[in-house]
Design a protein. Structure first.
Length: 304
């Protein structure tokens, strides 16, 4: 058994706390699907489904981040911002990361199989390997395309859609506004994540060029990258607006929507072409609050 300190080092390496970005949106879709399927959220059936969703989310993110740190460790070593990561220094070994990936793969299959064994829905298990492949592939996209930010966005945007399919399999889900609402939510998350990932990549603009890695800042420069990031967040606001309209949400959702839009404006205002020193505040604080506030108020609207 590894020492607690080493485990803490690994959790910091994969930024475990950043799970807060995608998880609230998966939970919005989960409670939304409960309403469609007639499942009481805090019944035994609801708790079982919620537990499996949470397990899948945590395992999938751990898989994706571990794969990223493993395959990028040589690039991280030449980047001053990332050169002291435990995956580079050896504090977390490549062997440990490979073992973690194997464990995540098996646990993810087990968790997705739970939907089939307990609930008769085998779609999560059928899609398990394609989903893990998509999540891992993100880490390779910077090697060949500046659109890598949108691959990452789609990876997190899959979370609400996957949660919906896990609770409401296609055979039970007619094409109606509720399914459309989840798709719009996933698109909103996609552009939200792509927008803030472009901001985050501003820090590595020069290093990416030197390492022949692709990103929008490296390809287009800081000013144009900021324009694209802001357009992404305008689209985010538009998709979340459409979610509220198609879903027929009430006051709590719209309060969360207003807070999310305000935080997106603040996030963009913190970063300019002349000053990127506040990127970490924009990335962690603003985005964390968007996930928490918007997610909690949207869920409160659904269950209220």
């Amino acid at each position: 058994m590894r020492k607690p300190g080493q485990l803490a080092t690994f959790l910091d390496l994969i930024k475990f706390a950043h799970s807060i970005f995608a998880l609230p949106f998966a939970l919005i879709a989960t409670f939304w699907s409960f309403q469609f399927a007639g499942v009481a959220p805090f019944s035994m059936g609801g708790v079982e489904r919620l537990g499996l969703i949470l397990a899948c989310m945590v395992i999938a993110r751990t898989w994706a981040m571990t794969f990223n740190r493993l395959v990028d460790r040589h690039f991280d070593a030449v980047n001053p911002r990332t050169a002291r990561r435990p995956s580079v220094t050896g504090a977390v070994t490549a062997g440990f990361m490979r073992a973690t990936l194997a464990a995540c793969f098996l646990f993810f299959l087990a968790a997705t199989a739970g939907f089939g064994l307990l609930l008769g829905n085998f779609w999560p298990l059928i899609l398990a390997v394609p989903v893990l492949t998509w999540l891992a592939a993100y880490s390779l996209t910077k090697r060949f395309t500046a659109l890598c930010h949108f691959w990452l966005g789609a990876s997190l945007g899959l979370a609400p859609v996957a949660a919906w399919l896990a609770i409401v399999p296609p055979a039970l889900s007619p094409v109606d506004a509720r399914g459309l609402t989840v798709l719009l939510l996933g698109l909103g998350v996609t552009f939200w994540v792509a927008g803030f990932d472009i901001l985050y990549a501003l820090q590595d603009e020069t290093v990416d060029r030197q390492s022949q890695l692709h990103s929008i800042p490296a390809a287009l420069g800081r000013s144009k990258a900021l324009v694209i990031s802001r357009l992404c967040h305008v689209l985010t606001a538009g998709f979340f607006l459409a979610v509220g309209i198609t879903g027929g949400f009430h006051i709590a959702y719209w309060m969360g929507y207003g807070a999310a839009v305000a935080l997106l404006v603040i996030e963009q205002a913190l970063v300019s072409a002349r000053d990127i020193s506040k990127i970490n505040v924009a990335f962690m604080t603003a985005n964390g609050l968007i996930g928490l506030v918007f997610g909690l108020l949207a869920i409160a609207d659904i269950v209220g």
